[in-house]
Design a binder for this molecule. Sequence first.
Ligand SMILES: [Zn+2]
Length: 121
Amino acid sequence: MPIDLKARRAQLLKREKDLSQDLDSSEEDARTAVPVDEVSDATDEAVADEERDAKYAEGNRDYEDLVEVRDALKRIDAGTYGKCEVCGREIDSARLDAVPATKYCIDDARARDLQLKPATL
Ligand SMILES: [Zn+2]
């Protein structure tokens, strides 16, 4: 069954909007989490740093997702959406339902994960 690009684009645009909003609010949080002049000693400072790092990491993941989603939208326009970037095969439609912004088939996604995270596997 051919991919419903129109529905897919709508889904990706919604995801893009959600992620943009998340990013806006997490940047806001990172700035306002702990006012600098209320930090009283080194322990508080360390905690403030950790909170900031956690917020930053969260924002970073959202940002990476957002880049993926925008890439996927570009591929829809270019007519290459739904094809694996590595092997060129059609990506399984169930996989696209689950991970609409993916550019890898399941085999290549797994191979890539193995390459990215050798220490945890
Ligand atoms: Zn592939």
